[in-house]
Design a binder for this molecule. Structure first.
Ligand code: SLL
Length: 176
């Protein structure tokens, strides 16, 4: 294939974590979860407002902390699409997501694998799993709690740049 000289194309996406402390009302600790686990959390990569990213992003690999069983989690768009087939649309259906529980914060390595047509090498992102609100004082922490409706959201809005894409990939990106 031929690369398109001077062409740059961007695709928006969001990645990050959402965490919630266990409590007695809407987030009880599930049976079998160790007593030292204080939170449920998820890490994800998805389109902005749940738009499709599967046509340019084919796999996401999340590397979690070694204290977590099976810390390498690889998720393929194809697998998600098969699981979704025939189901009514739901929130987060088109997202690469790992759900976990735990007690501590750590750095998550997120590796993005692009469509085979793109010819792009995988790219690595780093994300700090946040379980606790942060702020310079108690008011700021409380504001972060209430903004997330009791959830601690650490989300990053990004734009993926494809520089001088192959013609076939450019067609794929713009035909959606
Ligand atoms: C800390 N440096 O000490 C960090 C490490 C590790 C968090 C945090 C384990 C969960 C599981 C878990 O939450 N590890 O056992 O599945 O704060």
């Amino acid at each position: 294939g031929k690369r398109m000289k001077g062409v740059q194309i961007y695709r928006p996406f969001v990645y990050g974590t959402t965490a919630k402390p266990f409590n007695d009302t809407d987030n009880p600790r599930p049976p079998g979860i160790p007593l030292d686990h204080t939170h449920s959390w998820q890490v994800f990569v998805k389109g902005v407002e749940d738009t499709d990213v599967f046509y340019w992003l084919r796999r996401v690999q999340f590397k979690l902390h070694e204290s977590i069983p099976n810390p390498m989690r690889s998720i393929d768009a194809e697998t998600i699409q098969k699981e979704n087939a025939g189901k009514p649309p739901q929130k987060h259906q088109r997202a690469f997501v790992v759900n976990e529980t735990g007690w501590g914060e750590f750095e998550i390595t997120i590796k993005l694998y692009y469509s085979l047509q793109s010819g792009e090498k995988p790219q690595t992102l780093y994300h700090h799993l946040r379980l606790h609100p942060y702020g310079r004082n108690e008011e700021e922490k409380e504001a972060m709690r209430s903004q997330g409706g009791g959830e601690i959201k650490a989300w990053t809005y990004e734009e993926q740049l494809f520089n001088e894409p192959f013609e076939e990939f450019y067609k794929l990106l713009t035909s959606g």
